[in-house]
Ligand binder design. Structure first.
Ligand SMILES: [Zn+2]
Length: 184
């Protein structure tokens, strides 16, 4: 835009120079031709002024656009930095979860052989049914799997069972693990 306006200014200025030379050369003597030439010179001056104003406006617009570009670029850079930061945090969290899964799996692998086969089968069956939690602690009369408090009759029934009996929650059927605070 700017170079196009500049080129037009140059073209109009060249024509003005040519006209001025013709005027000062004295070659034009006809009064009508002289008047026409002076008219044209006046028109060329006005055209130059207009073009120079336009050029100034274009330069101002360019400065505004460049400032906007700088602001948008800064925003973009900040977002890229934030994205990198969030991605690194996500990757670290995923790595921590993977470590935890590996630890829990290895714990299960070392614990499972000591658990009787039928109890392990029951645990896996209930676990599959509830999406992960096959056994829950019985604490303060409450099953920590379904969070329901057991009624007095159920608690008395559970308390009467032998120590090595596998207890099941009367509400959700999960295996109940006796604790010191079971309330039995
Ligand atoms: Zn339960």
């Amino acid at each position: 835009m700017q170079s196009k306006a500049e080129a037009e200014v140059e073209q109009v200025k060249a024509r003005r120079t040519r006209d001025e030379e013709r005027l000062s050369s004295g070659a034009i003597t006809n009064p009508k031709d002289l008047e026409n030439l002076q008219h044209e010179l006046g028109a060329l001056e006005r055209r130059i002024a207009t073009l120079e104003d336009e050029e100034l406006t274009v330069m101002e617009d360019l400065e505004i656009a460049e400032a906007e570009l700088r602001a948008v670029t800064a925003d973009h850079d900040a977002l890229v930095a934030e994205l990198e930061h969030v991605t690194a945090a996500r990757d670290a969290a995923l790595a921590a979860i993977d470590d935890e899964i590996a630890a829990v799996q290895s714990e299960r692998e070392s614990t499972a052989p000591a658990v009787p086969k039928d109890l392990l089968a029951l645990y896996d069956k209930v676990r599959a049914q509830y999406g992960g939690l096959g056994a829950a602690a019985l604490r303060a009369r409450r099953c920590e799997g379904c969070r329901l408090e057991l009624n007095g009759a159920d608690l008395r029934e559970l308390a009467a069972r032998p120590e090595d009996d596998v207890l099941r929650c009367p509400e959700c059927s999960r295996i109940l693990v006796r604790t010191a605070e079971s309330g039995l």
